[in-house]
Design a protein around this ligand. Sequence first.
Ligand SMILES: Cc1cc2nc3c(=O)[nH]c(=O)nc-3n(C[C@H](O)[C@H](O)[C@H](O)COP(=O)(O)OP(=O)(O)OC[C@H]3O[C@@H](n4cnc5c(N)ncnc54)[C@H](O)[C@@H]3O)c2cc1C
Ligand code: FES
Length: 252
Amino acid sequence: MKEELCTIVEARPITLDTTILKIKSKYISSGAEPGNFVMVSPNDLNDPLLKRPLGILDIKKDCFYLMVENVGKGTKLLQEKKEGEKLCVLGPLGNKFKEIKKQKILLLSGGIGIVPLFFFARKFVSQNETTLIYGARKKSKLLMRDEFDKMDFKKIFYHTDDGSLGRKGYITSSLKDILEKEHFDFSFSCGPNTMFNAIKPLLEKHIKENYFSLEAFMGCGFGVCHSCVVQTRTGYKKVCHDGPIFNTEELI
Ligand SMILES: Cc1cc2nc3c(=O)[nH]c(=O)nc-3n(C[C@H](O)[C@H](O)[C@H](O)COP(=O)(O)OP(=O)(O)OC[C@H]3O[C@@H](n4cnc5c(N)ncnc54)[C@H](O)[C@@H]3O)c2cc1C
Ligand code: FES
């Protein structure tokens, strides 16, 4: 982990409220793994004071990519960044997804939770038999579809709450159907807590090893401030330091 002053090489809006930042960096782009995240300062005026956690979307050569959804003050400032501007970034942080080969994998994503799973897919899809179930509120929120369609997935199931693309309603309907027909060795999920609560019992009934990448409010991002703790079967854990990826058996 290191704090790096990086340069934004490209700021590409992909929807009205979501932007992909391509960031040149020596340290973070050479060491980050799928599942890791970074803490980013929205500006250099210390307003907002705290850095914001963002998952690593991808790495190519000496650049890493972030996808920012504008939900408040910090992410709005980040979304307004332009090519050539500097960004203070701390990372890479957190644990990484387990590396697996020649297995049957199920990926489940809700909303912006697609970020770490995209990086996972770029690295591991071709080495495994992988199915993706991806849900969002509406068609425009199902991000990176063109890139996913080009990857070597066995199957992709899209869901939208309003039915504007794919199956209407939550991802649980496709999950129930597929778990009845197919066997999987591992599942990896990232999304809102409501999604985790709905899918956890289904996954644990059918799949031996399941991992969730959790979100939490973060102050420091490296285990010092205790603002990100979650209760687990073995006591309180810090999402930033012990996670963000946890085996679901650990989670209550
Ligand atoms: C490990 C990790 C990885 C993340 N990866 C991404 C990513 O790749 N792309 C992305 O756009 N966002 C990601 N997030 C969420 C992002 O950090 C928050 O949306 C951001 O910190 C909000 O800051 P803000 O100043 O814009 O909003 P604020 O003004 O602080 O809050 C605006 C709203 O966002 C909610 N919010 C704030 N922080 C969080 C949080 N950590 N989790 C859930 N809701 C929150 C608040 O409750 C409030 O309703 C990630 C969070 C974590 C913990
Ligand atoms: S964010 Fe400070 S301990 Fe996790």
